[in-house]
Design a protein. Structure first.
Length: 186
């Protein structure tokens, strides 16, 4: 059983994985490497002058791994509620998780199968913290937006989801803020 299962490895999913893992939540990411980022080149991402989508993904994956997330090259075929959280299924295995962060771009079928509410615009209805109508399930990026599909917005959505999870786990609002002295040796 892991703390957080992230479905999708684009900016939202990798941001969620990074924040979760760096804050000591056991985190697993499932991704098929079909992110829209492979078609992107970032000139409009803060602190990044110019980077290809492929390079962005490589760096973000490395950051998530370096902080302790486990990345699986696997398609999630189903997510179901269980007595003690959720069961995330792939063709080869099943994984238990306390929380699920859906970061599958415009693919909303897992959210629909879980019974998440949708808006009139046919996107997943989420709170400002990206939580869906199913407690413990978060939908990030394009899943909850009819428009405004930007990498930086998606990354922020992933961070917002995990800050909400961390706040729930700690029993009070959690503010993730790093100081220069916090930088680990890599």
């Amino acid at each position: 059983m892991v703390d957080v299962a992230v479905v999708g490895g684009g900016p939202a999913g990798l941001s969620a994985a990074l924040y979760a893992a760096k804050n000591d939540l056991e985190t697993v990411v499932f991704d098929t490497d079909e992110s829209w980022m492979h078609k992107a080149h970032l000139f409009n991402y803060p602190a990044v002058r110019s980077i290809s989508g492929d390079e962005y993904l490589e760096i973000a994956r490395g950051q998530a791994r370096d902080r302790g997330a486990t990345l699986h090259d696997a398609e999630v075929t189903d997510v179901e509620q269980a007595d003690d959280g959720f069961v995330v299924s792939t063709d080869d295995d099943e994984y238990g998780a306390d929380y699920v962060v859906l970061a599958t771009g415009g693919a909303r079928d897992l959210a629909e199968d879980l019974g998440c509410a949708f808006t009139e615009e046919d996107v997943v209805d989420v709170t400002l913290d990206m939580e869906t109508s199913v407690e413990g399930v978060y939908a990030t990026g394009a899943m909850g937006r009819a428009e405004k599909w930007q990498a930086v917005i998606a990354a922020g959505d992933g961070a917002a989801a995990v800050l909400d999870i961390l706040s729930k786990e700690k029993g009070e609002y959690y503010h993730d803020f790093d100081m220069p002295s916090d930088v680990p040796e890599l």
